[in-house]
Design a protein. Structure first.
Length: 187
């Protein structure tokens, strides 16, 4: 929302500007029941770890008909001027505290360092212990998992690097994000 400086003068990122062309963006710190009340669509972009009670509330919100697009990058590769360990520096990996497993999805990080390619990422659905009202389908070589969870939907994308748009040629990468939000919206 605010970049590393968290100043109001920078106006947010190019990705935020693109999303705001179609959606009214309401920033929230945690995805708890009070934040999600009367909302139908949630974008969680490489979010920080959520407390256990919040994950229960988020799961229930989805099961009751909510729709979430979760960008879960197993190896975020964003430049940062903040030192390692700084709380304001983007986390290098998605902080999965069990939600993906609960939804029947496992996130795999690329094996080798270097540029992340779709083939190097993976979301794998797992069936043991999965509830019958949960079904996930993989797309884009396992890069995207589209899950039906109760009455709601969750789309998990194993990347968040594409949000760091710096050049005009990178703008096309945001088409995937807008398309997936639209897909969730129409479900």
């Amino acid at each position: 929302m605010f970049g590393e400086s968290f100043g109001l003068d920078n106006g947010g990122s190019a990705a935020l500007t693109r999303i705001e062309q179609r959606y009214n963006v309401l920033p929230i710190g945690i995805a708890d029941a009070s934040s999600l009340k009367s909302q139908h669509l949630l974008l969680m972009a490489h979010s920080r770890a959520q407390p256990a009670e919040v994950l229960v509330e988020l799961d229930q919100w989805v099961r009751d008909g909510g729709r979430v697009l979760l960008l879960a990058d197993p190896r975020l590769d964003w430049p940062s001027e903040r030192p390692l360990g700084d709380r304001l520096r983007p986390s290098p990996a998605f902080a999965d505290t069990g939600l993906l497993k609960h939804w029947g999805v496992t996130l795999h990080a690329p094996d080798a360092p270097g540029p992340v390619e779709i083939e190097g990422l993976g979301l794998v659905t797992s069936s043991p212990g999965r509830l019958e009202s949960q079904v996930c389908r993989l797309a884009h070589d396992g890069f995207i998992a589209r899950c039906r969870i109760g009455k709601g939907s969750a789309t998990i994308i194993a990347d968040a690097d594409f949000l760091n748009v710096e050049e005009a040629s990178d703008q096309g990468n945001l088409d995937l994000l807008i398309d997936e939000l639209g897909r969730l919206e129409s479900r």
